[in-house]
Design a protein around this ligand. Structure first.
Ligand code: ZN
Length: 64
């Protein structure tokens, strides 16, 4: 299933689902949709990191 979608990158924009005419922003249809997807990815990662790192941060500061 996942292989199928990655084999057809011009299927549609992952963010809005539109057909991608501008190859420049593949697999997204525009720079805006690319930013939206990046923003989602970063906010998700950031949340996980802030949830898992407080212990690590304390350990580092006590060593330093
Ligand atoms: Zn789009």
């Amino acid at each position: 299933m996942i292989d199928e979608s990655s084999a057809s990158p011009a299927k549609g924009c992952p963010t809005c689902g539109k057909s991608v005419d501008e190859k420049r922003y593949l697999p997204f249809c525009s720079a805006r949709c690319k930013q939206v997807d990046l923003g989602r990815w970063f906010s998700g990662t950031y949340r996980v990191e802030t949830n898992e790192t407080p212990d690590d941060i304390q350990d580092k500061s006590s060593r330093d």
